[in-house]
Design a protein around this ligand. Sequence first.
Ligand code: ATP
Ligand code: MG
Length: 338
Amino acid sequence: MRLLPWKQKLAIDLGTATCHISVQGAGLVVREPTVIAFETDKRRPIAYGSQAKQMLDREVSDVEVVRPLAGGVVADFDSTVIFLRHLIHQALGHRPLFAPTVVVGEPTRATQVERRALMNALKAAGAGEVITVPRALASAIGAGIPMDQPQCRLMVNMGAGSTDIGVISMGMIAAGESLHFGGDDLDDTIRRYVQRRYRITIGSARAEDIKIMAGALSADLVSEQVRLSDLQEGESNGSGQKLEGIAELMRASLKPVASEVLWILDSLPERQLDEITQVESILSGGCAQLRGITELFSDELALHFTAAPDPISCTILGLEAIMNDLEALSLDGRRFTR
Ligand SMILES: Nc1ncnc2c1ncn2[C@@H]1O[C@H](COP(=O)(O)OP(=O)(O)OP(=O)(O)O)[C@@H](O)[C@H]1O
Ligand SMILES: [Mg+2]
């Protein structure tokens, strides 16, 4: 692959919840929520990232707040383009003179439609050449899994909208899948459960708080109790009743993810399966921080899971390593190291 020396290079992890951008030579320069706010009438963008996120769930009049991605893929094309254009300018500090080369993460088994939407959005936002990398591979590199060894390793990245599963060997994905399931779905399940069981309406931001502050996958890991009175703004519920059942609810919600991993493992030749059982499997993405999730997956799959040290940054760190060593792409990734 020949690259023109004056072209800038960017690595972009366009996550459902958070967008990360690294610039070659400068490292990670952007970490912003993937949210954009428009003035409703003219559909003029008025806020991006964390500023726009503050308006979510607030129902500010004349303002429409959009999350351009859902389930790990582009859901609102036009908003994605406007959002990316703004963040690329922010990352470079100026409007690029030459369209920059972009290395971007894509779903591990991206469909043609998903890939085209991502590439077209980036090009419309000012990117030149776009190189897509499966997110399971990027996060494995970011988590420090060696890319030059034939022994298979299992990598699971669970973000806000998607879960990428990959069996990695020699810097390639031997088997894998991408599910449209992530932390957002857990929030939604909590929101509906609180409505159904307690008849209390909460927004998705509050549901995410419950998941992060009080959520754990077994009752003995719960460190902070939420009371119903905490959930009812303006109303004092004197009973002090505690919110219960969240651990069981989340365990049940995560079952399909474990089943999908099992399905992938079952499809492997016995030798590869043996290799996986002998080493640690890595969990990354924001959901790797859920208390008890590595224990849950270890039990359900009879494997030994550990969480990556900086789980939210694994994907961008891997993409950054690829951006810094693009020539190695011809080797199918196996030279990439952090
Ligand atoms: N401490 C925590 N405990 C539990 N969940 C957390 C914690 N911190 C973040 N999360 C969850 O992690 C998710 C965000 O993870 P991440 O930043 O990896 O997603 P993303 O890359 O934007 O999404 P995707 O890769 O699915 O497109 C959210 O659902 C968030 O609620
Ligand atoms: Mg992600």
